[in-house]
Design a protein around this ligand. Structure first.
Ligand SMILES: O=C(O)c1ccccc1NCC(=O)[C@H](O)[C@H](O)COP(=O)(O)O
Length: 264
C-alpha cells in the first residue's frame, strides 16, 4: 500500500519535470548567484546550542497529511515575526502546496519579513530544487534520508554546500541516521513522526540519541507540544527542535516560543 510520503514523492517527480521543462539550469543558477548571500543557518543553530540553550526551528505549516487543516494563515509573515520576537533560532517554511498548502511565495515573504535564516522545507529529490530554493533566497534545505540513496544524498549535500546553504539531514531510524552521520552537515534531524505510518513518538529521538557524536547537533523534529517535551528531549542531548503544528495552533505564538526557548 502506498503511503502519504510515497504519494508526495510521486508528484514531486512531476513537479521536478515541470520545473526542468520551464526553466533552464543555467538561468536558475544565475538567479541563485545573484541572490542576497545565505544567512548562517547552521552557525546560528550551533551558537545557541553551544550556549546550552534551545535552538528552535519554528515552522510555517498550514495543513498536513497527519493533521489536516492546522491554520489558514492568510499572511505567514505575522507568524514569522512572532517566531522571531519569541526567540526562534531559524524559521522553516513548508513550500509544498498539495499536501501542506505552502509555496515559494510564502518563503520569500517570510524571509523578507525577518532577519532569521530560513529553511525551504520540501521533499528534495533533485538538485534543481536546491537551485530553485536558493534562487528564491533560501538559506537551508532539508534532505530526507529515506527518500534518497547515498549517492543522491551526497550529491545534493555537496551542491547545497557550493551554494553556501546549510543542510538539515533527517532520519527516522538507525540505518538512516548512520547514513546521515557519514555526511558533513552538523545538523542531524531525528523525525519523531514515522512518515510511512503517520505516527509520532518522541521516544524515537531518545532511542537514536546515543548514536549521535558530540560534534553533531541533535535536532528533534515533530510532535513537540510543551515545555515538558523539550525538558525530556534535552536530557538525551537534543538542543535543536523543529516545531510546527503546536505553534501554528497557538493563541500567543511569541509567548509560547519564548517559553520553549528558555526551558531547561
Ligand atoms: O506533518 C505531516 O503530517 C507530514 C506528513 C508527511 C510528510 C511530512 C510531514 N511533516 C513534515 C515535518 O517534518 C513536520 O512538519 C515538522 O517536523 C514539524 O512537525 P510538527 O511540529 O509535528 O508539526
Amino acid at each position: 500500500m502506498s503511503t502519504a510520503l510515497d504519494k508526495i514523492i510521486e508528484y514531486k517527480k512531476e513537479e521536478v519535470a515541470t520545473l526542468k521543462a520551464s526553466r533552464s539550469f543555467e538561468s536558475l543558477h544565475s538567479e541563485a548567484l545573484h541572490q542576497t548571500p545565505p544567512r548562517g543557518f547552521a552557525k546560528r543553530m550551533q551558537t545557541i546550542a553551544n550556549q546550552d540553550q534551545n535552538a528552535l526551528i519554528c515552522e510555517i505549516k498550514r495543513k498536513s497529511p497527519s493533521a489536516g487543516k492546522i491554520n489558514s494563515l492568510s499572511d505567514p509573515t505575522a507568524a514569522a515575526k512572532a517566531y522571531e520576537h519569541g526567540g526562534a533560532a531559524c524559521i522553516s517554511v513548508l513550500t509544498d502546496m498539495p499536501s501542506f498548502g505552502g509555496s515559494l511565495d510564502d518563503m520569500v515573504a517570510v524571509r523578507n519579513a525577518v532577519t532569521l535564516p530560513v529553511l525551504r522545507k520540501d521533499f528534495m529529490i533533485d538538485v534543481i530544487q536546491i537551485l530553485e530554493a536558493r534562487a528564491h533566497g533560501a538559506d537551508a534545505i532539508l534532505l530526507i534520508m529515506s527518500v534518497l540513496d547515498d549517492n543522491q544524498a551526497a550529491e545534493m549535500h555537496s551542491f547545497a554546500d557550493q551554494l553556501g546553504m546549510a543542510v538539515l539531514l533527517e532520519s527516522h531510524n538507525e540505518e538512516e541516521l548512520d547514513r546521515a552521520l557519514s555526511l558533513p552537515s552538523p545538523l542531524i534531524g531525528v523525525n519523531n513522526r514515522d512518515l510511512k505510518r503517520m505516527v509520532t513518538d518522541l521516544e524515537t529521538t531518545v532511542r537514536l540519541s546515543s548514536r549521535i557524536p558530540s560534534e553533531k547537533l541533535l535536532i528533534s523534529e515533530s510532535g513537540i507540544k510543551a515545555s515538558e517535551d523539550i525538558a525530556m528531549l534535552r536530557k538525551v542531548g537534543a538542543r535543536g527542535f523543529l516545531i510546527g503544528e503546536s505553534l501554528m495552533k497557538s493563541g500567543n505564538i511569541a509567548n509560547d516560543v519564548r517559553e520553549l526557548h528558555t526551558t531547561s
